[in-house]
Design a protein around this ligand. Structure first.
Ligand code: DGL
Length: 259
């Protein structure tokens, strides 16, 4: 069984991509909606929450964990790998790999939460692959609450995005990493504002591809492949808005299980 967690519903963009690429696998998801957003919190707090989220998933049969949250991936991956004896997949490396391969002019933008941008993890990972590339990062702390509130097409959201993206627009980037798993829900607003020539890298899709090839190379890790794959989506606080956004992400009725 594949265990996936996020601070809220954003990680469901990763779960959706995993469902599409690995339909035979069972998924158990945990969205820590009661404590979202993680981005403005300290690395210590995010790490503490991440340990608890991982334990929750292990207790429900997870054999591999996807940290479907850039903020937690940036600051908690090492600790989780030390604490738990199962594969821990983070979302930064797959997105950074793709961005490094994709950029033609060597100018890459990254948008993410404060925790992710402050960690400089994208700079470090991309520079290790392409030392001459220039990385321009921008923290966008208001976007996660807007997505969690389902304000996906509001005038205010568009205004805030324009403001966040303006500094990156001046840097002639040709690639923009959506360094937060909530942001794929804003793709239709981001693309026209950053410019149609800029390639958007979706960490959700890249991570699902990475997990697919990881499981192909390590076929013994996940044992309980069921005839009928089970999907359980737990949340630490079940709100009507969360259900609405989840249904929008998966395009089907969703049951969120309070935990
Ligand atoms: N989806 C999380 C991420 O990828 C959002 C973190 C937050 O709650 O601020 O960073």
């Amino acid at each position: 069984m594949i265990g996936i967690f996020d601070s809220g519903i954003g990680g469901m963009t990763v779960a959706r991509a995993v469902e599409q690429l690995l339909p035979a696998h069972s998924i158990v998801y945990y969205g820590d909606i009661a404590r979202t957003p993680y981005g403005p919190k300290s690395p210590e707090t995010i790490t503490r929450y991440s340990i608890r989220n991982t334990e929750f998933l292990l207790n429900r049969g997870a054999e591999i964990i996807i940290i479907a949250c850039n903020s937690a991936s940036s600051v908690a991956t090492q600790t989780l790998r030390q604490h738990f004896d199962i594969p821990i997949i983070e979302v930064i490396t797959p997105a950074a790999n793709r961005a490094a391969a994709c950029s033609r002019n060597g100018r890459i933008g990254v948008i993410g939460t404060k925790a992710t941008v402050k960690s400089r993890v994208y700079e470090k990972t991309i520079s290790a692959l392409q030392p001459d590339f220039k990385i321009y990062s921008r923290a966008c702390p208001l976007l996660v609450p807007l997505v969690e509130e389902n304000w996906l097409n509001k005038r205010e959201t568009k205004m805030i995005l324009r403001r966040y993206l303006s500094s990156l627009k001046n840097q002639q980037i040709d690639t923009l990493v959506l360094g937060c798993t909530h942001y794929p829900l804003l793709t239709d607003l981001i693309q026209p504002r950053i410019g149609k020539r800029v390639t958007l890298i979706d960490s959700s899709v890249e991570t699902a591809r990475y997990v697919q090839s990881f499981l192909e190379q390590n076929p013994d890790i996940v044992h309980n492949k069921a005839q009928q794959a089970s999907r359980r989506y737990y949340v630490s606080d079940c709100t009507e808005t969360a259900v609405t956004v989840a249904q929008r992400i998966f395009s089907r009725p969703m049951e969120l299980i309070p935990a």
